[in-house]
Design a protein around this ligand. Structure first.
Ligand code: SF4
Ligand code: SF4
Length: 171
């Protein structure tokens, strides 16, 4: 049995959609160190945020080729308590299209059982994906945290995200 080892190849979307604190590079804009066709100009000296990052598609070989960030226009960042979907702001709502939407809904349902939140960030707005709906939390302040609360809805028990810590800056 061979183990598939994935490579970034022609993808570089994380150099656009992620914020890099060491470089004061904001989220959703190309890094000044990135050169089209050449990649990172400071690769050997890139900061820890870059060196330590690998996206979900790179690590999870159960995700098909359609999930490669350069194709789906989303970078999935898997952490112990959160799966963040960073959407390329140049593309309109790719996560709502199939086959992506169904998979995110399934991951959201699995996440509720494992205490993992599925969060889409697009054009600075944060949306929590739930099995039955999405909840738009607006633009969150730095340091804001999200907690899930059990609530009673018209259709029975459900979940509602709540922003904790820093307050929201916009709705
Ligand atoms: S988004 Fe993933 S596949 Fe693309 S360059 Fe970054 S780590 Fe590599
Ligand atoms: S420093 Fe290099 S690896 Fe890091 S975001 Fe910029 S171009 Fe990408």
């Amino acid at each position: 049995m061979t183990t598939e080892i994935r490579q970034c190849g022609d993808c570089s979307l994380c150099c656009k959609v992620l914020g890099i604190p060491e470089l004061e590079k904001p989220k959703d804009s190309w890094c000044p160190n990135f050169a089209a066709g050449a990649g990172c100009r400071i690769y050997e000296d890139r900061p820890p945020s870059c060196h330590n990052f690998s996206c979900r598609w790179l690590n999870d070989t159960t995700m098909g080729p359609e999930w490669k960030p350069s194709i789906c226009k989303m970078v999935l960042d898997s952490r112990p308590r959160m799966l963040t979907v960073h959407v390329d702001p140049a593309v309109s709502r790719p996560w709502r299209a199939e086959p992506y939407y169904s998979v995110l809904k399934r991951l959201a349902a699995q996440g509720l059982m494992r205490n993992v939140i599925v969060l889409v960030i697009e054009k600075r707005r944060s949306l929590v994906v739930l099995p039955d709906r999405e909840v738009d939390l607006g633009v969150l302040a730095p340091g804001a945290r999200i907690a899930m609360e059990r609530v009673m809805t018209a259709h029975g028990p459900g979940w509602q995200p709540r922003v904790m810590g820093a307050s929201e800056t916009e709705r």
